[in-house]
Ligand binder design. Sequence first.
Ligand SMILES: Cc1ncc(COP(=O)(O)O)c(C=O)c1O
Length: 339
Amino acid sequence: MENINWKDLSFGYIKTDYNVRTYYKDGKWSEPEVTDSEYLNIHIAATALHYGQEAFEGMKAYRGKDNKIRLFRWKENARRLINSARGVIMAEVPEELFRDEIFKAVKLNEKYVPPYGSGASLYIRPLLFGSGAEVGVSPAKEYTFMVFVTPVGPYFKGGVKPVSMMICRDVDRAAPKGTGIFKVGGNYAASLRAIVKARDENYANVIFLDAKEKKYIDECGPANFFAIKGNTYITPKSETILRSITNKSLVEIAENMGMKVERRPVHLDELPGFDEVGACGTAAVISPIGKIFDPGTNQVFEYCKDGNPGKVQMKLYNKLTAIQVGDEPDIFNWITVLD
Ligand SMILES: Cc1ncc(COP(=O)(O)O)c(C=O)c1O
């Protein structure tokens, strides 16, 4: 613990002191249990291991100038986990249980919430999975819900910088009517071939297209896509992407700043006409995109030609991050300050 250099933290796992677990059996959830073990004792026939009955969340706690710990829109994550549970027929985690467990996990590991000004934060990982044994393909009767936390560094060390993305044409992350809208592990397994290939070719990540027509932008690896054109914020409407809480928040900020917002299918042919493009999600908030390569057509689309992130997206980024750490008033009622 003494050795953590807050400014050098990566987006990786660092052991903290405790995690919290609760078990669903005979139709009810147990009281949350606190443990210092980093391991789970899991049945060899648990449905999570065989049939992917698993969903998770990702959120952050921030320390403000006043030294208080702030959680950002945790109810949205609680609701999304309920939706994901429905998506793969798992027991739902009630909102109050979700809250109790994340609050407990953060408070017990309070000393790992990085200091204000470091750019680092405490990443919170709630995880729900089928822990009951089944051999045939059917939902488990027992579930485990657990929360662990780990301190993570700012995504961009030394300031936000534009990244390069590669359009993916040979892998689909999610199918229409499939599970793309849920935050379930299978979607991430399905995306790995594409992500690893893009990274091997020195791209930060991939842009997935709609699986059916390969004409519309879906999302960017584990982040939503958005574009700025004039005074309009444009983001894909698709039945195969995760509903990003960061994107939802940027939309509200954009509207509040007097911008127009369009949530609609975004055609690849529109790429040359955008002023700015970016990826958004909890990890980086915004990753400005400087270059997009389409291996299908060999086209390259370039943005941020001066090497700097677009001005409009930086305005949105600065506003959202200032609200998260409490530097700006919480006018949208997004923040819960822990006692
Ligand atoms: C597939 C996918 N899309 C988008 C996002 C961004 O969502 P959020 O802003 O809620 O972190 C994530 C990350 O959680 C993701 O995994």
